[in-house]
Design a protein around this ligand. Sequence first.
Ligand code: BJW
Ligand code: ZN
Length: 253
Amino acid sequence: MGTDDPVDDDLASLVEQAAERLRSVRRVCCMTGAGVSAESGVPTFRGVGGLWQGRRPETLATPEAFDADPEEVWRFYLWRRELLKECKPNPGHYALADLERIVPEFTLVTQNVDGLHPQAGSREVFALHGDIWIDRCTRCGHEARATGDDLTSIPRCGACGAMARPGVVWFGEVLPTDVLSGAQEAVARCEIMLVVGTSSVVQPAASLADWARANGASVIEINPEATPLTASADLAIRAPSGRVLPAIVQQLA
Ligand code: BJW
Ligand code: ZN
């Protein structure tokens, strides 16, 4: 990967270091955040472009906001479904699906609700914050997968007719127990934890990397920006995941 550009050469050296570390272990866990889908055109939550009509997503992604104004919250989610219909997995998603085949024990944990990891071919995915394409009944809990054909009306339950809500985890809500415990198990067992495209501020996801380190794993962060995790990471690669992950896979294949 050597080039005439010193920046590219630095990146190439970091990629080689990451590949070298990955080559020497059997158990790898990767946690992704919104940044891994940024190169697919999916807006991130925080930072530039992370706003929705002047409101921070955090003020809409709560049970209180939904109780106060379900139409407003549904407009936000229907708009995002509309946007996602046009988005496809990017080389970063595909590289993680490849890693699952290359690494003897590989677990993917994602905070993303966009479904792009399974679409790229990742098979075992612990989706900590749910799935934006699920409609869950507010009365009986019945769940149905949205087709995306009608993105103008508020979905209603096919079983009892009550209003549905998006099948995602909002602030103040508990993460699905089986998903979180599956992720925690993989984090505790892994020898390397990759943390890709997350600002590492939302709990409990943000603590998983600390837990991996406490259990003896090394942490590799891939993110163009520094985060609260960067200082404690064993290796931090400051570049887009759609560029870095395929380069790592290329070294391993
Ligand atoms: C690139 C890139 C490129 C750009 N390549 N990278 C302990 C302490 C303090 C508070 C709490 C605590 N424990 C719990 C809380 C409360 C709360 C919390 O964490 N608050 C903090 C924000 C202060 N957590 C919760 O409420 C959680 N529930 C819980 O813990 O239950 C028990 C409990 C409840 C209450 C009190 C105590 C315990 C639930 C959290 C649910 C989060 N839900 C959301 C919305 C999901 C639905 C939806 O999509 O609408 O999940 S919020 C939003 O943030 C979404 C994301 O999954 C999550 C994380 O965001 P992410 O992925 O990191 O995205 P960004 O935008 O922040 O960052 C993108 C990154 O990508 C950036 O760094 C870029 O640089 C980078 N990037 N381009 C690579 N090309
Ligand atoms: Zn129902």
